[in-house]
Design a protein around this ligand. Structure first.
Ligand SMILES: [Zn+2]
Length: 62
């Protein structure tokens, strides 16, 4: 069974087994609040490749 990750409004993240995309989200085991499904799209590593966006070549301003 696939494991989905949920995130509560309180900030608590937990995983839960789901047989099939359940229409309802599980309650937060910590505070019992509403949780939202989290898609593991962005993996660890928040270092984005900085693109050229700064002072580079000096132009001979006249
Ligand atoms: Zn919570």
């Amino acid at each position: 069974m696939p494991i989905y990750e949920f995130r509560c409004t309180c900030g608590h993240t937990f995983e839960k087994l789901c047989r099939s995309s359940d229409p309802t989200n599980p309650a937060c085991p910590k505070c019992g609040g509403v949780s939202e499904k989290v898609f593991s799209s962005f993996s660890v590593g928040r270092s984005a490749p900085a693109t050229g966006c700064g002072m580079g070549e000096a132009q001979p301003g006249g």
